[in-house]
Write a protein that binds this ligand. Structure first.
Ligand SMILES: [Zn+2]
Length: 218
């Protein structure tokens, strides 16, 4: 599936959802204690499967007074010679937080895609909350559940990750209520069980945002 992710990033570039080095994707199989994430700063038109970073999910028990919490941490694992000098995407707090528990994807694969689609970002810039647009467009709401927007937060920050988790309604078992969330002035994050399924959430929302902006009725 890493090859498929590379194909989706080329398609995202051709659709003007990213400039050359933008965007990031992670993928985890339900029965693995690691996930793969795109490297930082690599041109997405020439992204190769052997450039991905392999990330181990470590768990430990933290016992307090009558409580026991599961703590998570990530660490890089050796993967390929080409990937070893590369760094994982700066948005790893976002990907790690979603990948560490599988929730409704527990018998499957979870793919997290983050890109900067022109019309989604333009709609949020114009003051539109993306969670409201599906009301008038059933072809969107039938297949894609859109979360309320995340406000202005710094890219690659833990705050961005935490705000996305809150709006997606991520719970401690890894369940989320929505398929896609917009981040104001920045982009979107979509989650599904394959790269192309996540891609389609973005494509549907982008298409409706374009229609709304072109209509001038918002
Ligand atoms: Zn971004």
């Amino acid at each position: 599936m890493l090859e498929t992710i590379c194909e989706t990033m080329i398609a995202a570039y051709e659709k003007n959802w990213i400039t050359s080095r933008d965007g990031n994707v992670s993928i985890r199989h339900h029965d693995r204690d690691h996930f793969y994430i795109t490297p930082s700063g690599v041109r997405k038109q020439t992204l190769q499967p052997d450039q991905f970073k392999k990330i181990k999910i470590n768990t430990s028990i933290h016992s307090g007074l009558g409580t026991a919490d599961l703590l998570y941490a990530w660490e890089e694992m050796p993967y390929t010679d080409i990937s070893s000098p590369l760094k994982p995407s700066g948005e790893i707090p976002l990907h790690f937080g979603l990948q560490k528990e599988m929730g409704q994807h527990s018998n499957d694969v979870r793919v997290v895609v983050h890109v900067h689609p022109t019309y989604c970002v333009a709609a949020m810039h114009a003051g539109i909350d993306l969670s409201t647009v599906s009301k008038n467009f059933p072809e969107l709401s039938r297949y894609t559940k859109v979360a309320p927007n995340v406000g202005d937060v710094p890219p690659t920050s833990q705050i961005l990750a935490d705000q996305c988790f809150e709006k997606l309604e991520l719970d401690k078992n890894g369940f989320i209520k929505y398929d896609i969330v917009g981040i104001k002035g920045h982009g979107v994050v979509a989650i599904d069980t394959s790269p192309w399924r996540a891609f389609e959430h973005i494509e549907r929302l982008e298409h409706i945002c374009k229609i709304i902006l072109v209509s001038g009725n918002y």
